[in-house]
Design a protein around this ligand. Structure first.
Ligand SMILES: C[S@@+](CC[C@H](N)C(=O)[O-])C[C@H]1O[C@@H](n2cnc3c(N)ncnc32)[C@H](O)[C@@H]1O
Length: 271
């Protein structure tokens, strides 16, 4: 790994300071995905992380990484991302909350993860895998860095089917303007299994987010509007209201399906 790649600086950020400020208004400080700590807790339900080492893959601005550190008493949580602005925010938040002994944040450009084989007891990820096109590569990397007996507990934004997205989905992806590599639950489960994961499962969260997103759009157009405009300006908010409208269509048809994913690396004891 070069010094340049350690900084992550060569990669043009999609989640820049404006996006971070805007999403903090809608989803909470340090959160770049919906549902807050309650949804994180649902992703982690039934897992005991006390004394364990945890990787938060695609940690963004670190709100979730810090929540895991505070609530679950792990030995260590490492937040990893490919973008520098989110990692800068996350590091500041860790200092502010006095969590630097328990939490580290690392940015590198996309590619081989900067971690040893068998390093973590748990890989967590929230709504970040969508940005990685090659799911087979992704799950083999996450499998590699897990200890035998380690667990994967994640949430991501999937598409209900393989093949061409509907025109509504294409409109939504274009409105987001982010690099989305959406894949079906079947593709995820196959990629996880091919990587070596066992006990793999996918739980469709469309019914939950369909209603949550409706409320987000209502708040963004109503009670949160002034706060959002103060944070990022009228034009940015208007663009995002259009994006939310496009997203609601594909949530309502079920084509956009946020999904919880679980898998285990065989061997050892489970966290
Ligand atoms: C929707 S945000 C979610 C961030 C955080 N997990 C959360 O829920 O607040 C997606 C994150 O994935 C990151 N990301 C994009 N490509 C990635 C990659 N190849 N590897 C790891 N993270 C990536 C982005 O920089 C961004 O921070």
């Amino acid at each position: 790994m070069t010094a340049e790649s350690e900084s992550g600086a060569e990669h043009e950020p999609e989640y820049d300071d404006t996006a971070i400020r805007f999403l903090a208004v809608v989803w909470g400080d340090g959160y770049l995905s919906p549902g807050g700590p309650e949804e994180v807790d649902r992703v982690l339900s039934g897992l005991d992380l006390a004394g364990k080492s945890v990787l938060d893959f695609g940690c963004g601005a670190g709100g979730i990484t810090l929540h895991i550190a505070k609530k679950y008493n792990p030995a260590e949580v490492v937040g990893y991302d490919v973008e520098q602005p989110v990692i800068d925010r996350a590091r500041l938040a860790a200092v502010r909350e006095g969590l630097t002994a328990q939490v580290r944040f690392i940015a590198t450009p996309p590619g081989t993860l900067p971690f040893d084989d068998d390093e973590f007891d748990l890989v967590f990820s929230k709504d970040a895998m969508i940005h990685v096109d090659d799911k087979e590569w992704l799950f083999s990397e996450l499998f590699r860095v897990l200890k035998p007996g380690g667990r994967l507990a994640a949430s991501d934004w999937l598409i209900a089917h393989d093949g061409e997205p509907s025109s509504e989905m294409q409109d939504y992806i274009a409105a987001e303007g982010l690099r989305f590599g959406m894949a079906s639950p079947q593709r995820y489960l196959q990629a996880m299994t091919a990587a070596g994961f066992v006990d793999v499962s996918a739980e469709n969260r469309n019914a939950w987010y369909r209603e949550v997103a409706r409320g987000e759009l209502e708040r963004l157009s109503g009670p949160l509007h002034a706060q959002a405009v103060a944070a990022v300006g009228e034009e940015y908010v208007a663009k995002n209201i259009r994006t939310w409208g496009a997203m609601q269509k594909v949530l309502d048809t079920g084509e956009h399906c946020p999904t919880h994913l679980r898998g285990s690396k065989p061997g050892g004891g489970h966290p």
